[in-house]
Design a protein around this ligand. Sequence first.
Ligand code: ATP
Ligand code: MG
Length: 381
Amino acid sequence: MKVRRFRSFRFKMVRYMLLSILATFITEGIIFLGIFLYETENIAGEYRKVWGASGQSSMPLRMFSFSQSTVLDFFVILLFTILLFTMYFVLISHNFVIYVREIITGIDRMKGGNLLEEIPVKGDDEFAEISVAINEMRKELHDTMESQRIAEKTKDELITNVAHDLRTPLTSILGYLDLLTEGDFLTEDQRQKYLGIVSAKARQLETLIRDLFDYTRYDKDKVKIKKEILDLNLFMPQIIDEFYPSLMENQLECITDFYEGALNIEGNGELLARAIGNLMSNAIKYGAEGKVIEVKTGRMDKMAYVAVINYGRVIPPENLEKIFEKFYRVESSRSLKTGGTGLGLAIAKNIVNLHDGHIWASSDESGTRFQIELPEVRPRK
Ligand code: ATP
Ligand code: MG
């Protein structure tokens, strides 16, 4: 905020003083004129009594005087002037003083921890500038405290969730290991079955730990990633191929509908494969009843997109935003079959953010669509 010279605090004070002096003089002028007229009228009355109507026609002006003592008159008038000036100055600067008090109250409020209310900005002098600066400071303080609070809450949640997700498979691993070491009575079949469960649970743990690492590793503030030009139309078939066994296992057909022509984006192939792979594995896991999965690529408003569509289970609208949060799952049970940790989409979102893109989902009876949009680029020569 730029303070204009004539709006400055100093100029304001000079203006208040000049106005007070003017008001003082006008008041004194009116009072003295009143006294003058009153006394003149009295003397004229006396004069007429002495001289009568037939006497001298006009009264000499020099007959009027204020008082006998000029020094006394001067001091009385000076005192009166000072009093009047002070009174006018207090009156004229009243609003300004109230404003300064408002600023002080605002600062006290902030000192007391209330960072929600702003100090009003009035006028455009230095005090208005101070208010603007305090308001900006308040906002920054409020935002910092808010993000600290959220970070603290997130950390607590993360620890609780991680502890829960680590403990569940670990408990069952330990249980089965006890059975395997102590149970001489186990048949070879049972032994193999329990070993299989232990192995599956251990793998689940490994995936969780890898996901946790990835989630924190792909935080936008922390990583600088290596990027290269990729054509989504060449990139996507490779990803789909990797899911071929899984598609087969779930008796799902993958229908592709690719944009005709190159769809170049700048990105890290490994990370994007991970993000799109997470969408694919979700579509297979949660859309197994739907018989088909569709994968589309296209372009829209300088963005290239990949969409993975599955059918069957609908995600309730109130969950559509939340599913991108870490550890959020629509169904709370974490069964081995569909049970994940709820990190897949959070990781995908982090990766997409690293590429300055968007990820969103829509879901209704006509299908569940997850779409990743990335800025399209022209290949470098
Ligand atoms: P993870 O991917 O970490 O193994 P997850 O699959 O449960 O676990 P996300 O991939 O983040 O975690 O998905 C979050 C939730 O969103 C899932 O639990 C599921 O409820 C819902 N969801 C995700 N993709 C789909 C989909 N294609 N169809 C229906 N629901 C889905
Ligand atoms: Mg998933």
